[in-house]
Design a binder for this molecule. Structure first.
Ligand code: MF3
Ligand code: CO
Length: 287
């Protein structure tokens, strides 16, 4: 596109004053052999605003769960809260009917790694650890974040896993820098988990997000600096490491095709944020 035309991103600025410098820099990296994102992964300012509004609802829903979760309730109850608060805010729960997923939220408890399906039969009891993963669509824009909850008093082991999993997310976030690659994020997470004697799940990862729930890139939570896609200002993706007490291997329940469990029955913990890569680092969009 012409340097003096309005930038494709809709900022209203001239291309040369907006995305041209970024795209020239990306081209230099491409020539050096880096994997660079296509233009479609660089979000226009209007899209970023839309995702932030979606995330406001997502955060409200997670806050509601945080205030009400307690021993004795079923995970089905969490599903009803999420469904109610989301629709009250004129939004749609993204998981509902997503590729056949039957509920409005994922509730993954103890040895469940992710995609736990809420049920009347799963009653929270003292000592459980549970991930509640909330995703919202508002005006066509997706947001996605998850938190861990420790139900009542849990073992030191369980509490430490939940804490280290949170630190792993924080280490991953610190590694988000424009013009580094995603491998640096995976490396930071893997290092912190393994230093603490834990393992990092390989079979699931973070993902680009925007007008779709799951976009490129796949965000691995293991890796090495220099590997993977270049992080460029304007990209939005999730970081959501699943950290296991024992082995990293998982299996998926054949009865429903969703619920993932640790292969050895050990505990698993996960925290998820959705972020925007900025000129200087990152901004948290959903938490
Ligand atoms: N945050 C989860 C993910 O990105 C949400 C999955 S919803 C489901 O995988 F419908 F796919 F289960
Ligand atoms: Co996600």
């Amino acid at each position: 596109m012409n340097r003096n035309e309005e930038c494709w991103c809709g900022s209203g600025k001239k291309y040369k004053k907006c995305h041209l410098p970024i795209e020239e820099k990306m081209e230099q990296y491409r020539q050096k052999g880096y994997i660079v994102p296509p233009r479609s992964l660089l979000k226009a300012p209007e899209m970023i605003e839309g995702m932030k509004k979606s995330a406001e609802v997502n955060t409200k829903v997670l806050d509601y769960v945080q205030e009400h979760i307690r021993p004795g309730i079923s995970t089905q109850m969490i599903d009803e809260w999420v469904n109610k608060v989301t629709y009250e805010n004129n939004a749609i729960p993204a998981p509902l009917n997503y590729m056949g997923y039957p509920k409005s939220v994922c509730t993954s408890i103890n040895d469940q790694v992710c995609h736990g399906i809420p049920s009347e039969d799963v009653i929270l009891k003292e000592g459980d650890i549970i991930n509640v993963d909330v995703s919202t669509i508002l005006d066509g824009y997706f947001s996605d974040a998850s938190r861990m909850f420790v139900i009542g008093e849990a073992t030191d082991n369980a509490k430490r896993l939940v804490e280290v999993a949170k630190e792993c997310l924080e280490e991953g976030l610190k590694a988000v820098k424009p013009w580094d690659t995603l491998g640096a994020v995976g490396e930071a997470i893997q290092k912190h988990a393994e230093e603490n004697g834990y393992s990092v799940v390989r079979a699931f990862g973070g993902h680009g997000i925007g007008n779709e729930f799951h976009e490129d890139p796949f965000v691995a939570h293991v890796g090495r600096k220099g590997q993977g896609m270049l992080m460029v200002p304007g990209m939005t993706f999730t970081i959501e490491p699943m950290i296991n007490e024992g082995v990293f291997d998982c299996y998926v329940d054949k009865k429903n095709g969703w619920e993932a469990y640790t292969a050895d029955g050990g505990l698993s913990a996960q925290w998820e944020h959705m972020i925007l890569v900025t000129e200087t680092g990152y901004e948290i969009i959903a938490h």
